[in-house]
Ligand binder design. Structure first.
Ligand SMILES: [Zn+2]
Length: 271
């Protein structure tokens, strides 16, 4: 059996409900879990290095500009809570580029706790899983996250950012080329990059997903809702690819969809 967990990044207070509904209804209706790496306190003023707005911020609503807690968007929160197939993962706090690459533990702890508090105040369950903005961690950042979460989902883990106490486990993972690894009860998951993207030929995406699932025991498929609505218009062809993936995941008898909570609870073999 192959296991798959789905992670969509960058839901925040301005994410339109109808985008998530259009993208993920076929998953939810088939009982599949959709992990939403959610920004608890988005900062709309964050820009890319070239000064342009981050792609996930090219949406607007009446909540305006600045720092906006997820709980301020009541229709979005009500929608997510009404659909328990969505699992909320903590995605940083404000989503600054180097938010968790900072070396000061007091700053890291403050952001972790603020983000967690805002998710709980919005009425979500305590997240099992943490996703760092842009996958950037300092050693201190990773250490503090590890104390508070049961799963960390990242693109990769760098040796120099790990506590020396973790090196034997990391060396074991590296030696056996394992995608995922574990330290005590903490599960550390990697993913094969963004496969569902407009930068690939659309007819190559589903075959690529299948190849990746065949290659390992557990595959994290990562998506970005905003990628399907570049320029605030739906890319129907890319959405269709996503829905073909849903159909494949639901119907292949050798594939089982799981949630991050299942992984945290030790119900899923990692490798
Ligand atoms: Zn992100």
């Amino acid at each position: 059996m192959k296991y798959v967990v789905l992670r969509d990044d960058d839901t925040h207070a301005l994410t339109p409900v109808n985008y998530l509904e259009q993208l993920y209804r076929p998953f939810l209706d088939r009982g599949m879990s959709v992990g939403l790496a959610t920004i608890p306190h988005v900062d709309t003023r964050i820009t890319l290095a070239n000064g342009q707005a981050e792609l996930y911020l090219r949406v607007k609503n009446e909540l305006g500009e600045g720092r906006i807690p997820i709980g301020r968007n009541k229709p979005l929160v009500d929608y997510l809570r009404a659909n328990p197939g969505f699992e909320i993962l903590q995605h940083g706090c404000h989503h600054n580029f180097h938010e968790f690459a900072c070396e000061d533990p007091s700053v890291i702890i403050e952001k972790l706790e603020e983000g967690n508090k805002l998710l709980l105040e919005a009425g979500f369950e305590k997240p099992t899983t943490f996703v760092a903005p842009h996958d950037r961690f300092s050693r201190v950042g990773l250490h503090e996250v590890a104390k508070r979460f049961r799963v960390i989902s990242a693109f990769w883990f760098e040796l120099r950012k790990l506590s020396p106490l973790w090196w034997p486990n990391y060396a074991f993972k590296k030696f056996f080329s394992m995608a995922h690894w574990q330290v005590g009860n903490l599960k550390l998951l990697t993913h094969p990059g963004s496969l569902v993207t407009h930068t690939y030929a659309y007819d190559s995406i589903l075959p690529r997903i299948k190849e990746n699932i065949a290659r390992r025991k557990l595959t994290v498929i990562m998506t970005h809702w905003w990628e399907f609505y570049r320029e605030n218009r739906p890319d129907d062809a890319l959405i269709d690819v996503l829905h073909q993936i849903a159909n494949y995941l639901a119907t292949d008898p050798n594939v089982k969809m799981v949630s991050f909570r299942d992984i945290a609870d030790g119900k899923v073999p990692l490798n």
